[in-house]
Each structure stands twice: as structure tokens, then as C-alpha cells.
Design a binder for this molecule. Structure first.
Ligand code: ADP
Ligand code: MG
Length: 248
């Protein structure tokens, strides 16, 4: 059996009695790229909130690498190795992409690399590599304010990676992007998936088709079905819950 990076066991999150997450059982393996889809209000964002400690489960447990996250604070969970990308980019617009990546990795520099001074050249190399990975080498030294929306998204994904998380949580990364930028983000996530465990929440079905291996469909706070893209797309229950919403 593969090692699990993330598991939820019978997790319920109630807001004044309304169950945004309802007895949710979910698990993903180390190294997996998982896509979670579901109609509006299905509980997708709340699901990320309960993983990152922004909200506590009313009942049930969330396990990260087998460790129960109960009563840990958000920053403690982040330090354990869970990085989250929010929907809107949060990059420093007056700094260049290179500087944005530098400050993110500096903030996480540990005592040892500081003590033994091995960080400086290694870090420069890492940042050059990361700029390459996110496709921003040619724009590394212009103010980030001049980047297109999709480029900012890629930069922020790079900033997340610079923190070396074991699990990346990415909430709707292609909302509002052009087809070309959507494709670029997809390719970037596929590249990162070679060395990270990644959980992506997304609506855009073309994008899901591009990156999906295993897809989990959330509905009313529970798992409705799981499978590869074709299985999920052809599932009667999935088609039913998406009817009435404009998505394919
Ligand atoms: P999704 O991201 O799938 O669209 P959400 O997780 O944002 O869904 O929301 C799931 C449901 O929980 C929605 O009906 C939403 O109105 C409700 N909800 C989310 N957060 C809160 C909150 N803090 N208080 C009350 N209800 C909430
Ligand atoms: Mg949401």
C-alpha cells in the first residue's frame, strides 16, 4: 500500500448546523496529483480550509503524513509542509519575479543553511531553476506589476514551491485566464507533480482533462464519485449534479 500524504476520516464541518463538509472520507497518496471538482457550494474551499487549519472539523480527523492535525494553528500546519495557493495572486507588485522568489525562500531559510553559509550560491541556483520552471526567466527582472495575470499566477505557484512544501493546495488556478495561459499553468502543474504531491481544485473542464489522473467529485460536502477523467465525466450522478449549472 502506498504511503498517504493526506487523509480525512469522517470529517464534518458545521456552520450553525449547516454541514458544508458532511462525513467526508478522502485520501491521497504521496506523490499524487489529485483534482477535486464539484458544483458551486459543494464544499471545495471549505475542504481546503479544514486541511490548512483555517477551520476546525466539527467531528472527524484530518491526517497529514499520518499526523492528526487537530488543534494545530494555521502557521503550524504550514510549517509541517502544507502550502496553499489562494485564487487571487498575492505577489509583491513592486518587486521583480526574482525578488519575489528570493524573499519567499529567505523567509524559510533554516538555521543550518544560515550557519554554514551554503545557502547563497545554492539558493541563487535554485531560484534560477525555479524561474525556468515557471517560464519567467526572460521577465525575471522587471517589476511584477508588468506581468500578465497568468504570469502572476505562475509566479505565485513558484513562490509556493520556494517554500518546499510536501503538499501543494491550489484553489482554482485558471479562473479568468486565457486558453493559452490555462494550458501553461496545466503544464507547470504537471512538471511540479513529478516532485510534489498536489491537490488542485478546479472548475474548468478542459483544464481538468489536461492534467487529471484521478478526479474526486465533491457534492454537498461528501465524495460523490472518484475515478479517471472519462469515468467521472460519464458518471450519471455527476452529470445530474452539474445539470442546472452551465458547465459541460
Ligand atoms: P465551494 O468552494 O465548493 O463553492 P464552499 O466550501 O465555499 O463551496 O461552501 C460550501 C457551503 O458552505 C456553501 O453553501 C457556503 O455558503 C457555506 N459556507 C462556507 N463558509 C461558510 C461560513 N463561514 N459560514 C457559513 N456558511 C459557510
Ligand atoms: Mg470555492
Amino acid at each position: 500500500m502506498n504511503a498517504k500524504i493526506l487523509e480525512t476520516e469522517n470529517v464534518t464541518v458545521s456552520f450553525d448546523g449547516f454541514k458544508a463538509i458532511n462525513n467526508l472520507n478522502f485520501s491521497m497518496d504521496v506523490g499524487e496529483l489529485r483534482v477535486v471538482i464539484g458544483p458551486n457550494g459543494a464544499g471545495k474551499t471549505t475542504f481546503l480550509d479544514v486541511i490548512t487549519g483555517k477551520v476546525q472539523p466539527t467531528t472527524g480527523r484530518v491526517l497529514f503524513k499520518g499526523k492528526n492535525l487537530r488543534s494545530l494553528r494555521e502557521h503550524q500546519i504550514a510549517r509541517l509542509g502544507i502550502g496553499r495557493k489562494f485564487q487571487t495572486p498575492r505577489v509583491y507588485l513592486n518587486l521583480t519575479p526574482r525578488e519575489n522568489l528570493e524573499i519567499t525562500s529567505n523567509r524559510n531559510k533554516n538555521v543550518f543553511s544560515t550557519l554554514f553559509g551554503r545557502s547563497h550560491t545554492t539558493e541563487k541556483k535554485n531560484i534560477a531553476g525555479l524561474l525556468e520552471t515557471i517560464g519567467l526567466t526572460s521577465k525575471a527582472d522587471i517589476p511584477s506589476a508588468l506581468l500578465a495575470h497568468g504570469e502572476k499566477q505562475r509566479l505565485e505557484i513558484g513562490m509556493l514551491v520556494a517554500q518546499s512544501p510536501d503538499l501543494l493546495l491550489v484553489d482554482e488556478p485558471v479562473a479568468g485566464l486565457t486558453d493559452e495561459e490555462t494550458y501553461n499553468i496545466g503544464e507547470l502543474l504537471l512538471t511540479l507533480a513529478q516532485s510534489h504531491s498536489i491537490l488542485v481544485i478546479e472548475h474548468d473542464m478542459e483544464f481538468v482533462r489536461q492534467i487529471a489522473r484521478k478526479v474526486t467529485v465533491l457534492h454537498e460536502g461528501s465524495v460523490l464519485c472518484e475515478g479517471n477523467f472519462e469515468e467521472v465525466q460519464n458518471d450519471r450522478r455527476v452529470i445530474e449534479v452539474y445539470l442546472g449549472q452551465q458547465q459541460e
